[in-house]
Design a protein around this ligand. Sequence first.
Ligand SMILES: [Fe+2]
Length: 415
Amino acid sequence: MLKQVLLFIFLGVNFISFSKVDFVRVVFNKNGDQEATIGWHQVSGDSATVYWGNKDLPATEFETFPNRGFVAASNTYKNLENRFVRLVELEPNTAYYFAIKDEDGFSERYWFKTTPNVNTERLSLIAGGDSRSRRPTRQQAFRMVGKLMPHAVLFDGDYTDIDNAQKWLWWFEDYKLTYQEFDNRIIPFINARGNHERSNDCLINFFDCPAKNNVYNVTLGGDLINVICLNTEIRFGGAQKRFLEETLIEHQNFFWQIPLYHRACRPHVNWKMKMKGVKQIYNKWIELFEKYGVKLAIECDSHITKTTWPIRKSKENGHEDGFVRDDENGIIYSGEGCWGAPLRVPDRIRSWTRDYGSINSFKWFFVDTTGIELRTVAYMNAETVEGLTEENRFDMPKGIELWTPENGDMVQISK
Ligand SMILES: [Fe+2]
């Protein structure tokens, strides 16, 4: 009997032989309508290939996936063997299924979806950052991503606290919660660098970031959105400012241009006002944001929750910290990073601060050609929230807890 059991186990193990990959991720690095990068950690072995196509197939039929994607970039970084396959010329608004094959066999089957390439489709996006510690908390945030099924996540830096191998391993472990319980549907990330990433190499080596200085842009929804990923840890002027202006000009016809950067221009935690970003963003970037019609900027770093009224750079009478409220021409600044990092108490509040608080949360916003609806999701009850589907992704799911400050749970930004 024992022999038979052992033989059965032996045969079983041989029959089900899986590829040795982990931490599978999908990143939008240029144009979410047509391109995506698939990344993973190669646990052992190598020569991996991505089999992919736009039909969902059972595990036994992976070989019949029509396309093969070969590794375009690879590195060993912080003990992870990162491999990337870059998919281009994809169909917009299309589900792509894939499995990674190495010398040991196939991985599980994963999938993701490209964004539509027309501005007539509304997009759902999540923005946040500062996931650097408190794992049980940030795990809830990752889980909530899967529940809300946005088209993409704008991740605004400070992934880990001390940027070492163990912390990144845990980060990727937690990141898997965005898809593990959701049919392996991976929500693509768009990544910006924070001050806890000790160099620009993190984004390049973990997410195949296309820019050495981590300054780049990603378009979504045809001419609906241009996300501008900036880097508050390098020189604010020079090449970065030039790129900022170039991309703002190039996408002037877009409905929305949304800068994503880690350090806040006007932090709502007082001691953070001494940070270099405060002066630099104000002096180097804000005028450009205003000149080219930015309406919403995403910030992080202070571990508090805030959204401003629309504000404009000004030293006129009544300004506070160099800004005045301007409902017509102002920009709304929203943030500031509560994806697991220890919460702080906002203690620098201005007349143009719309609402502020200290709550584990991220931003969730819907974008179309007429406006943006922005909410703050208190994600700690992720497990009890009813998951959304593609059909109802713009509804408020049962059980969701929205941050509801004095001025309401929804910020409306008009074109
Ligand atoms: Fe930070």
